[in-house]
Design a protein around this ligand. Structure first.
Ligand code: ADP
Ligand code: MG
Length: 319
């Protein structure tokens, strides 16, 4: 990021992730209101504590429908639609598998394949029944669990952007653990967002992405993982097998207007792999992606809404 004397950075750790807010004015009051807003949102959507709205739905699995607030209903409806799109490896009912693996939390272990197989029948999104008229959600089988981890941070980044807009803020950047949303250009050349070098020092960058008022979301296998018997297990699971998705990719970055789309598409495209994603994105001009492959290519689907500067020559850009 280009040092700019006018930029004030505020940080916190929320949702188990480092949160960074950048403003063009020194305004502690505004920063704490933003962090409070994020905290409120986390309290609603988290599945890592017992008492969230989403956990109320999970606790009632196999028993009864639960009435939720409109934002929770909307996000669940959206997650269900994406999960049920053809060949989707995005699956918001993946909770039982995520809880079993505990990737990114203490006590993680590689489950027996029998264990995983036994959990797969509890991860069918069509077993989630939504009722618009009562705003209720029912998980039909006991043991089912919704997990919005692949969509909630993007949604919350947009909530923060909308709040800042309402406060008449013209330039700001919010980074929710890899989900970046921006307002304005931030300075000359736009906001600069680093694309991390996988499995390297935290500040090592493949390159820099410059955007103006866009979201930049990265999902990579180097963010949350553990190692066991020389193998790496990361946190994006294949709903078909119950094991971490395994393909040619280190990471997928999505540039879009809304961060919720970035969050959805990073997970979706990660599951598709490069070739299929490139074909798929041809029909969706507003969603652009950067794929970093294990053989050190940086592949761009298109480049209309951002510019990119390569910093690490070990990686080869492919346009
Ligand atoms: P992050 O920003 O933490 O990398 P992602 O958007 O990549 O998050 O989503 C990963 C999280 O989503 C996991 O930690 C888990 O909670 C959940 N998850 C894992 N696999 C899937 C999947 N196939 N579909 C939907 N959610 C998933
Ligand atoms: Mg995601």
């Amino acid at each position: 990021m280009t040092p700019d004397a006018r930029v004030y950075a505020y940080s916190a750790v929320l949702m188990g992730s480092p949160i960074l807010l950048k403003l063009f004015e020194h305004n502690e009051g505004l920063a704490s209101r933003v962090f409070r807003l994020i905290k409120q949102q986390e309290n609603i959507f988290t599945v890592n504590r017992h008492d969230s709205e989403v956990m109320a739905v999970n606790h009632a699995a196999g028993s009864h429908a639960v009435v939720v607030s409109q934002p929770v209903f909307n996000l669940i409806r959206c997650a269900k639609t994406v999960s049920e799109s053809p060949d989707s490896s995005f699956n918001f009912t993946i909770g039982p598998l995520v809880k079993r693996w505990k990737i990114g939390f203490s006590g993680n272990s590689v489950p027996d394949s029998d264990d995983l197989r036994a959990l797969l029948p509890l991860t069918h999104s069509h077993d989630v029944v939504l009722d618009e008229s009562t705003r209720s959600v029912f998980l039909q089988k006991a043991g089912m669990e919704i997990d919005l981890g692949a969509i909630a941070k993007g949604y919350i980044a947009d909530v923060v952007r909308d709040f800042l807009k309402q406060e008449k803020v013209e330039n700001a950047l919010i980074n929710l653990g890899g989900n970046v949303q921006t307002l304005g250009a931030g300075g000359e050349g736009g906001w600069a967002i680093g694309l991390k070098t996988p499995f390297s020092a935290p500040d090592a960058l493949i390159g820099v992405i410059n955007v103006n008022g866009k979201s930049v979301v990265t999902s990579g296998i180097y963010e949350r993982y553990f190692e066991c018997d020389g193998r790496r297990y990361h946190h994006i699971l294949d709903p078909k097998t119950g094991y971490p998705l395994d393909n040619e990719l280190f990471s997928v970055t999505v540039i879009s207007d809304d961060s919720i789309d970035g969050d959805i598409y990073t997970t979706l495209l990660y599951g598709m792999g490069v070739e299929k994603s490139l074909r798929y994105l041809r029909d969706i001009p507003d969603i652009e992606a950067i794929f970093v492959t294990k053989d050190q290519q940086v592949i761009f689907s298109s480049q209309r809404q951002f510019s990119f500067t390569l910093l690490d020559n070990a990686f080869r850009p492919v346009y």
